[in-house]
Design a protein around this ligand. Structure first.
Ligand code: PEP
Ligand code: MN
Length: 349
């Protein structure tokens, strides 16, 4: 349940509601909205009776939250969450492109790709320093050296960095070097990692698990928010189905559903969903049409030499083509912004 305070409620009145919630053995979370303060009742085992709260001074109304996820739900927060990094906004009516290689392989590789994607309007750079690989014999990532290269990419290109932490220990270093901490599909229900990410001072990009329902995915986001981190970005990256014409199946319908259920931004990763570069551009366009807040795509200047996921990486020229093809589908405001980002780089500014 949500206890909504009137706009002129005092600090004491808010504190009184918090105390009343805690006296019932529940957890209170004060949410400072734009116009009003609401207090969420968390961890209650059964339904909560609204009557005693409605009698307290300063309380305007109570709203039952019917979903198991609370902090991430639209019922809790109607206004879209917008995650900001400098002048880059993710969520609401903004659109963002995150691009880069699957893995950081060398400084030359990382920078070459960084410059290419930045020149086409990408504002964030992806690239794994720690790679979750199916085989223990595959390239596992450069570790801290990879993080240092990512920091160099940011310095040279102005791109913000998104990179994965596979466990709590890696989270310390990733938090230090990156702008956004990625939690991979295989770790969506690593609750210990989710709790750690919830304590981080950086935003978190949470990928949907390989066979997770939307409810399970949102509950994973709830773990992060329940620890106090409000900057969570969801990422649809395809789910496992019977289909064998692509690596996974991009669940496009998840995008409008998540936007309806949650105030958090949701982006799409057609690269990991398709697993083949020839499907990435069409599915990027489809994701934009479905209302995604952004795209995360893999790009490599020499995909035939890539140490991971080369078959799904777009060539830089294809990345340019992708940007050109999504432009007409974006809203007028999003298109203007993307063109500005692209032209700025063409000017060398
Ligand atoms: C990635 O984005 O680098 C990655 C490993 O993706 P996923 O967790 O979605 O498989
Ligand atoms: Mn990859």
């Amino acid at each position: 349940m949500l206890v909504v305070m009137s706009s002129y409620a005092t600090e004491e009145e808010i504190a009184q509601v918090v105390m009343a919630i805690e006296q019932q053995g529940n957890v209170a979370r004060v949410i400072q909205g734009g116009e009003r303060t609401a207090i969420g009742i968390l961890q209650n085992r059964g339904p909560v009776d609204p009557a005693p709260f409605l009698l307290l001074p300063g309380v305007k109304e109570t709203i039952p939250v019917s979903k198991p996820y609370k902090l991430v739900s639209r019922e809790f927060e109607q206004t879209d969450t917008i995650v900001t990094l400098g002048d880059v906004a993710i969520g609401g009516d903004h659109f963002v492109i995150i691009a880069g290689p699957c893995a950081v392989e060398s400084e030359t590789q990382a920078l070459t790709i960084g410059r290419a994607v930045r020149s086409q309007g990408a504002r964030l750079y992806r690239g794994g320093a720690y790679k979750p690989r199916t085989s223990p014999y595959s390239f596992q990532g450069l570790g801290e050296e990879g993080l240092k290269i990512l920091a160099k990419v940011r310095e040279e290109t102005g791109l913000y960095i998104v990179t994965e932490a596979m466990d709590r220990e890696q989270c310390d270093l990733v938090e230090e070097y990156a702008d956004i901490i990625q939690i991979g599909a295989r770790n969506m229900q690593n609750f210990s990692l989710l709790n750690r990410a919830g304590e981080a001072r950086k935003p978190v990009l949470l990928k949907r698990g390989l066979s997770a329902t939307i409810q399970e995915w949102l509950m994973a986001a709830e773990y992060i928010m329940a620890k106090g981190n409000r900057n969570v970005i969801l990422c649809e990256r395809g789910v496992r189905t019977f289909a064998d014409h692509s690596r996974n199946t991009l669940d496009l319908s998840a995008i409008p559903v998540v936007k309806q259920e949650s105030h958090l931004p949701v982006i799409a990763d057609p690269s990991h969903a398709c697993g083949r570069r020839d499907q990435v551009i069409p599915m990027s366009k489809a994701s934009v049409a479905a209302g995604t807040h952004g795209l995360m795509v893999e790009v490599h200047h020499e995909p035939e030499k890539a140490l991971s996921d080369g078959q799904q990486a777009l060539f830089p020229t294809q990345f340019t083509q992708m940007v050109n093809e999504i432009l007409p589908i974006l809203t007028e405001k999003q298109r203007r912004r993307l063109l500005e980002d692209r032209n700025q780089r063409a000017d060398g500014s």
